[in-house]
Design a protein around this ligand. Sequence first.
Ligand SMILES: Cc1ncc(COP(=O)(O)O)c(C=O)c1O
Length: 381
Amino acid sequence: MNLFDVYPLNNIAITSAKGSYVWDADGVQYLDMYGGHAVISIGHTHPHWVKRIENQLEKIAFYSNSVIIPIQKELASKLGDLSGKEDFQLFLCNSGAEANENALKLASFYNGRKKIIAFSKSFHGRTSLAVAATDNPSIVAPVNETGNVIFLPFNDEAALRDCFAQQGKEISSVIIEGIQGVGGINPASIPFLQLIRDLCTEYGSVYIADSVQCGYGRTGQFFAHDYAGVAADIYTMAKGMGNGFPVAGILIAPHIQPKHGMLGTTFGGNQLACAAALAVLEVMEQENLLHQAKDNGNYLIGKLKEIPQLQNVRGRGLMIGFDVPEELKGLKKKLLMDFKIFTGEAKPNVIRLLPSLALTRRQIDDFLEALQEAIDELLTS
Ligand SMILES: Cc1ncc(COP(=O)(O)O)c(C=O)c1O
């Protein structure tokens, strides 16, 4: 049987990993500035994470959500502490798309409305509603098309005000990434997020903070949306939550009270996933990773801004993007092939950096040195 290639492949087989390094089948070491697509939060194969999963595996890996699962409560309590959302409820599921799907659905159950506001260049996942709220027609199948999603220009306060003035009573939810990831590292402006909060409150709509990529400490705050100083009604989380173990969830504000049947899952919140997720939070706390992400992110952003060939350096903490000019269009590939460094991209010309929050200063300096050399070589070749 042939394997379906999910994405165009780099011809590299990664077979082991530690911290911010991965190794291929021939033992070649790579620096991971991509974090396996923003997934590696505390570092690959962190010893505490490995131990916690191993210990859990020896006890029980899975039992259904029809019984009390004490480790879920432990996770909810720790997540409440670290995120500052102690009074929210946690629903656990398995992926970012599933988290957004449930958030959009729950919002509609809550206010009985159908319309969703999403924004240009958004990405919310590939399940039915999540993909309908994603601004990329090429991944929306005919069966997913719905007249219920209104796309507005990102960070455009006037357009948002207008839309609410005309159809506010029909708007079920507004879904927005604190920093757009797939769209190319575009931060939502603070006044824009504050306006979403105000309008959702005024019209009884639900503010959904898609924190799948920009959440979980990556930007130096637990949620990138926290920079706006306002609370969303639902936060969606995945990626960094399990450091590679598939686990996701939504945080639900106290005024939204789901009833039995509105949300459900077989695998969500299984014991093994909770052990992985708890290990992540414990390491984030013990190693002060939010602080480190902010500090190291500021340092890296500052240094990138000093490189004249890189345009429009942007981001927060360790969620960083910059535009690559035409004469350096081979930069990402060169970093990978010649300097053994993984980075991410966004079409047409953005390099995205989404490393582990435990990335060290030394690794940042190694990256910067390699980046400068790669640029110099491309300009002189
Ligand atoms: C902001 C955002 N939301 C949702 C998703 C979908 O997450 P998943 O691939 O886990 O379904 C992604 C994935 O890249 C994302 O970046």
